[in-house]
Design a protein around this ligand. Structure first.
Ligand code: ADP
Ligand code: ADP
Length: 227
């Protein structure tokens, strides 16, 4: 069962001067798998992840998400599919500075549903417990440590109960102990909820712990190693 299939993806940026960033990429991600994407800066990792998550469109090829081709989907349908199935985690977490941890976690839900409910408040509190943020739920990002901010963005990625989490350098900004804690948190979510993870990382120790290492170089898959 593949939750995401990347079919013959090419990405070319620019009109006058064209940069061919991704070349004929084909990859399948099985339900419940935990994969890492490694490769030098500028090799195309973020472009690939953004295309997988339908945040960016490919120049050719198709992304199949839970069996559905996204090729001819309208922007609205795509946004809905993304909100229902994919959670994103970024290096610089993109938390909203004016809102508390609890409010930040609820944001993707509000975007989708426009109103609060008892169930979602309970779910948000459960998620706060899960990621160990109970005691800082009313803090704004500037009053949280880097690890706490990243935990908040992980809880936010989980609020709509996604089947896929795409993470771009989620530990890029953290010290090694916090990196380890954040990895363990993602791994426990993967094991408990069978959430599929695809994580870009520069950290070889983290990559080595994942189930599969995909190495990208010059926009191509150089190696794909299953453990
Ligand atoms: P990585 O994540 O591996 O560092 P990226 O996917 O960010 O690589 O970038 C791959 C290549 O695509 C780089 O050469 C980068 O300069 C180029 N690139 C990325 N985004 C754009 C864009 N919006 N317009 C033009 N070129 C881009
Ligand atoms: P974790 O390992 O849980 O990700 P960190 O290593 O980032 O957490 O931080 C460990 C603890 O140090 C936090 O739980 C928090 O109590 C405290 N801390 C560190 N930096 C800050 C900060 N800027 N504001 C508030 N508390 C902080």
């Amino acid at each position: 069962d593949n939750v995401i299939s990347i079919k013959n993806i090419n990405k070319v940026y620019g009109n006058e001067i064209k940069t061919h960033v991704l070349h004929d990429i084909n990859l399948d991600f099985a339900k419940g798998s935990f994969s890492s994407i490694i490769g030098q800066s500028g090799s195309g990792k973020s472009t690939l992840l953004n295309i997988m998550g339908t945040l960016d469109s490919p120049s050719s090829g198709d992304i199949i998400i839970n069996g559905k081709s996204t090729k001819n989907m309208s922007k609205n349908t795509l946004a809905e599919l993304r909100n229902d199935t994919i959670g994103f985690i970024f290096q610089f977490h993109h938390l909203l500075p004016e809102f508390t941890a609890l409010e930040n976690i609820l944001m993707p839900y509000y975007i989708k549903n426009h109103k609060k409910s008892k169930e979602i408040s309970e779910r948000a509190e459960e998620l706060l417990n899960l990621v160990g943020l109970w005691n800082v739920k009313n803090n704004k990002p500037m009053n949280m440590s880097g690890g706490q901010q990243q935990r908040t963005s992980i809880a936010r990625a989980l609020i709509n109960n996604p089947s896929i989490i795409l993470a771009d350098e989620p530990t890029g900004n953290l010290d090694s102990e916090t990196t380890e804690n954040i990895y363990e948190l993602m791994r426990s979510i993967n094991e408990n909820f069978k959430t599929t993870f695809v994580v870009i990382t520069h950290d070889n120790r983290i990559a080595q712990k994942t189930d599969r290492i995909i190495q990208i170089g010059d926009g191509k898959v150089l190696s794909d190693t299953l453990k």
